[in-house]
Write a protein that binds this ligand. Structure first.
Ligand code: ACO
Length: 337
């Protein structure tokens, strides 16, 4: 990876929006059905409740609601969108992309649209691609989405995964920026990395083209997500630390200057370890895993949006985004609001 200084920022987030299904499922719901308890779930994960979509509600529907909020806030019309980049691990259909379905729902007739498969860091991957499209002149206005219906790929009979996940979507309008002053707003740095050798620690064995959906797949329940939780936990702590350091270094700032860390919301213990590594007290860390569980690629925008609405991020704030997920994939970004 080249180390040369980049002329940044190229792009800034000018609008945010989120959507979550109305149905709230608390830990007691699982305790009634599985060998688990509210106490175990809260102590080991920090999760108290999550949102679960109605079977008829699609990832494109959730994305549309989030996108419309973000577009209103940014003051743009659908016709102004040049690109839609949608991170998801749970596309509505395997073909075509959910981004293309979203393009139709929004009427974004001038856009190119495509999905990104990068699991939990999907939003950061999409943000990085959006910045690249803008820097290369391909797009002036890009809609970045992280959206999931994890309930569709979660085995509700497996207590080690069923309690972790939730559904939701987040959207950001990312526009070309004309840097002004010595502290211009926008994306100051990004960092992406993967290690495919560890893929089978968190994966869906069946249902893809190597083992198409069949009676066997259904009987083995191999179309559902499987996770070696303890190994994923350890890898997540190490990768989130590396990602924090890299985004901070590439932005040319220090951890002390970061106003708010907005980490992927998988487990409060991973979040605490990431904050400790960065030397950041928990009052400078956004946590809402208690309300939504792990929503994979939607988790960063759901946390970011809440932080903005609560006034924890304002003009000039320096924000660090960090995420880790299946692949393994990890990534980070430093953004000046
Ligand atoms: N209720 C009660 N007991 C449980 C439950 C449950 N829901 N789930 C597991 N247990 C038991 C296990 O069976 C095990 O029992 P044993 O000791 O008798 O074998 C014991 O609890 C401890 O299990 P561990 O898996 O070691 O528990 P751990 O403390 O690691 O917590 C957890 C599990 C919460 C899954 C944790 O490992 C974790 O958060 N991992 C990381 C997940 C993550 O970050 N994913 C990110 C990416 S997600 C994506 O990309 C879509």
């Amino acid at each position: 990876m080249s180390e040369g200084p980049l002329r940044r920022p190229f792009a800034a987030i000018t609008g945010l929006g989120v959507a979550v299904p109305p149905r709230v499922v608390d830990n007691a719901w699982f305790a009634e059905r599985l060998d688990t308890s509210d106490e175990w779930i809260v102590e080991r994960t920090g999760i108290r409740e999550r949102r679960i979509a109605d079977p008829t509600q699609t990832v494109a529907d959730l994305s549309r609601e989030a996108a419309e909020h973000a577009m209103r806030e940014a003051g743009i019309t659908a016709a102004e969108i040049d690109a839609i980049v949608l991170g998801t691990a749970t596309p509505d259909r395997l073909l075509p992309s959910t981004a293309c379905d979203l393009q139709v729902l929004l009427g974004a007739v001038n856009a190119t649209a495509f999905d990104i498969s990068a699991a939990c860091p999907g939003f950061i991957y999409a943000l990085t691609v959006a910045e690249g499209l803008i820097a290369s002149g391909q797009s002036r206005t890009t809609l970045v989405i992280g959206a999931e219906k994890l309930s569709a790929i979660t085995d509700m009979q497996d207590r080690s995964t069923a309690i972790l996940f939730g559904d939701g979507a987040g959207a950001a309008v990312v526009r070309r920026t004309e840097p002004t002053g010595d502290k211009p707003r926008g994306i100051l740095s990004t960092f992406l990395k993967s290690d495919g050798r560890l893929g089978n620690l968190l994966y869906r064995p069946g249902g893809g083209s190597s083992d198409p959906l069949s009676e066997k797949v259904l009987a083995e329940r191999s179309h559902y997500l499987r996770m070696s939780g303890r190994e994923v936990f350890k890898a997540a702590v190490i990768a989130m630390a590396e990602a924090s350091d890299e985004a901070i270094r590439r932005a040319g700032v220090t951890a002390d200057e970061i106003d708010l860390l907005v980490p992927h919301q998988a487990n409060v213990r991973i979040i605490e370890a990431t904050a400790k590594h960065a030397g950041m007290p928990m009052d400078r860390v956004m946590v809402n895993v208690d309300r939504y569980g792990n929503t994979s690629s939607a988790s960063i925008p759901l946390a970011l949006d809440q932080a903005v609405r609560e006034g924890r991020i304002g003009p000039g704030s320096l924000v660090l985004l960090v995420a880790f997920g299946a692949g393994f994939t990890w990534g980070s970004a430093v953004v000046r609001w």
